[in-house]
Design a protein around this ligand. Structure first.
Ligand code: NDP
Length: 231
């Protein structure tokens, strides 16, 4: 059966990879991005895929987030992928931290995915076994942190993981399943050219895990290949 998949940060990188993946499967895709008029890859895809809808969404902008249900015609959402992310300024270590920059990273990576999920909640409830996917990072893992630094990004993804856990528990009685992913070190603008895997490799493996996601796995933090990651 075809599904309705909503993806944030869908104009490039991993988000665009998810768009391509679900379009190829024949699913209906709502691709959300900050500047639709500049989203050339999405515009090209929309010319050949009638099942692609491009939607304006800045995940940190309240007005934009509140307009989402109307853009989606309040339709049932089977899979919501909270993918939009921001690393923040690079090379900022202890001693140079600035609260305003930190707040920006927290706004995109920690707060926005939950606010977007909250506004989508009535549409998630309309689907059977809807799935909420948050693209997190192993850099948010406390157990994995051997090198310190990256205060802004690490704390933002750790916060996302904590919120995702609560979400999974709170939505379990309605059989809405939630997952946090480390997508791997992926060749995108954020991952850089030396990253270990392509967008397609990361997306194909995560999509397989999403397909198999059920109540037993809801609330977990998984590597893109399905292995559990310690918090
Ligand atoms: P990119 O930098 O390539 O893309 C980031 C995407 O997020 C862009 O579409 C960008 O839109 C969007 N975005 C940023 N801020 C906002 C906002 N306020 N509102 C809406 N969209 C926004 O990153 P990746 O594709 O590599 O990353 C995708 C996710 O994967 C992120 O959550 C990232 O943290 C995570 N991740 C990536 C890793 C990697 O190796 N690549 C490793 C671990 C985690 P715009 O074009 O308008 O800026």
């Amino acid at each position: 059966m075809t599904k309705h998949v909503v993806i944030t940060g869908a104009n490039r990188g991993i988000g665009l990879g998810f768009v391509r993946h679900y379009l190829a499967k024949g699913d209906r895709v709502s691709a959300c991005c900050r500047q639709p008029a500049q989203a050339s890859a999405l515009i090209q895809l929309a010319e050949i895929h009638a099942n692609l809808n491009i939607i304006q969404l800045d995940v940190t902008d309240d007005v934009s987030v509140h307009a989402l249900p109307q853009h989606l015609n309040d339709a049932a959402i089977d899979i919501l992928i909270n993918n939009a992310g921001y690393y923040g300024p690079k090379g900022i270590g202890f001693g140079q931290l600035r609260a305003a920059e930190w707040q920006k990273v927290l706004a995109v990576n920690t707060i926005a995915p939950i606010m977007v999920t909250q506004i989508c909640y009535p549409m998630l409830q309309k689907a059977t076994n809807a799935k909420v996917i948050c693209i997190s990072s192993k850099m948010g893992s406390m157990a994995d942190n051997q090198s310190g630094g990256s205060y802004l990004y690490r704390s933002s993804k750790a916060g996302l993981n904590a919120a995702l856990k609560s979400l999974a528990i709170d939505l379990s009685s309605e059989e809405i399943y939630c997952l946090a992913f480390h997508p791997g070190w992926v060749q995108t603008d954020m991952g850089g050219p030396n990253a270990l895997i392509t967008v397609n490799e990361a997306v194909d493996q995560m999509a397989r895990c999403i397909e198999n996601l059920d109540a037993t796995q809801s609330g977990q933090f998984l590597n893109f290949d399905g292995q559990q990651i310690p918090w």
